[in-house]
Ligand binder design. Structure first.
Ligand code: ASP
Length: 314
């Protein structure tokens, strides 16, 4: 039994571990791990307390994938509900679809009795208002809802602090895997922007036969490269997890144009071995969390750095 989460997932590790030890399904395990982070207002990139979009609204993306069936539930740009990941779980179980966004996702959340919540905390509102005051003129702030937003979206994408996600990957004693993800996306993103986190094949992918993968940070790059699917497919074709991640990072480094930034890849192979790689060296700042059966401790895993600034993914 093993659970791998990214650094934001630390808060959720005890809930995920308890669910795994209690013999609950792997989907339950990753959902419980993600829910704890969504409810934690100190994590400013996930759920309540997350950074809002340019218009001051918190829009969440979340997903779950089951490695045995490869069923997916995903929601994007969901506002007003505490646990986007649980709305994604309901979707996986109740609908013939895999992905709902915006008003349709909110409608479905209401239909299944998801918990409504005010997602914008006073702290996140304060950070947002300070950023607007520092970067926009009083006239631009006044007309923010009516005028063009695109120039502000570029400006706000430049600071690393404005990102983050929770990803939780789990494997039980029977070798069954699941992945769960959730994010409020980039701070001050363009309204309606959906990154990689809720997009199957980009932000996450899992197949019990080969292993699991989930990515964080520059969602636009991960979307363009289809990174999580690429890693699992490489393992399907016989690559080791380390080779699969190295190939995926090499592919990301060859992207040109558009938004380029850092990417982290979190992987479990089919034996439950873990590997975390990063395009940039942040030391322990984005160290992942790893728990294995029989361990009393949650181990921190420092990502291996596989590309350096200047290699495309800057
Ligand atoms: N990948 C997330 C997104 O693009 C953000 C992050 O993980 O930093 O929304």
């Amino acid at each position: 039994m093993v659970i791998l989460a990214n650094c934001e997932g630390l808060t959720g590790m005890p809930a995920a571990r308890d669910a795994l030890e209690a013999g609950r399904s792997v989907l339950d395990v990753v959902e419980q791990g993600v829910r704890a982070v969504e409810a934690d207002p100190r994590v400013h990139s996930v759920g309540r307390g997350g950074h809002p979009n340019l218009l001051g609204e918190v829009e969440c993306d979340a997903a779950l994938m089951d490695g045995a069936t490869r069923m997916v539930g995903a929601v994007g740009a969901l506002s007003g509900y505490l646990h986007a990941v649980s709305v994604a779980r309901e979707l996986l179980q109740r609908l013939p679809h895999a992905f709902l966004v915006g008003a349709g996702a909110a409608r479905f959340a209401a239909e299944v009795g998801a918990e409504p919540a005010e997602m914008l905390t006073p702290e996140a509102r304060g950070t947002h208002e300070r950023w607007l005051a520092e970067h926009l003129t009083p006239e631009q702030r006044e007309r923010l809802g009516q005028g063009p937003l695109a120039p502000h979206a570029w400006r706000s994408s430049q600071t690393l602090i404005s990102r983050g996600t929770v990803v939780v990957l789990a494997r039980n004693a029977r070798g069954e895997f699941a992945v769960g993800t959730s994010t409020s996306g980039w701070a001050r993103k363009y309204p309606g922007r959906i990154g990689d986190t809720a997009v199957v094949g980009a932000g996450f992918y899992v197949d019990d036969r080969y292993g699991a993968c989930a990515c964080t940070h520059s969602g636009e790059m991960i979307l363009r490269a289809g990174t999580s699917r690429a890693v699992v497919l490489a393992m399907q074709r016989g690559a080791t997890m380390e080779e699969a991640c190295a190939d995926a990072i090499g592919d990301l480094a060859r992207l040109r144009g558009g938004y380029l930034g850092p990417v982290l890849i979190h992987t479990l192979d089919r034996h439950g071995r873990a590997h975390v790689v990063s395009t940039h060296d942040y030391g322990d700042r984005f160290a992942a969390c790893l728990w294995r059966e029989g361990s009393l401790e949650i181990e921190r895993v420092r990502p291996c750095v596989l590309a350096t600034p200047g290699g495309g993914a800057t």
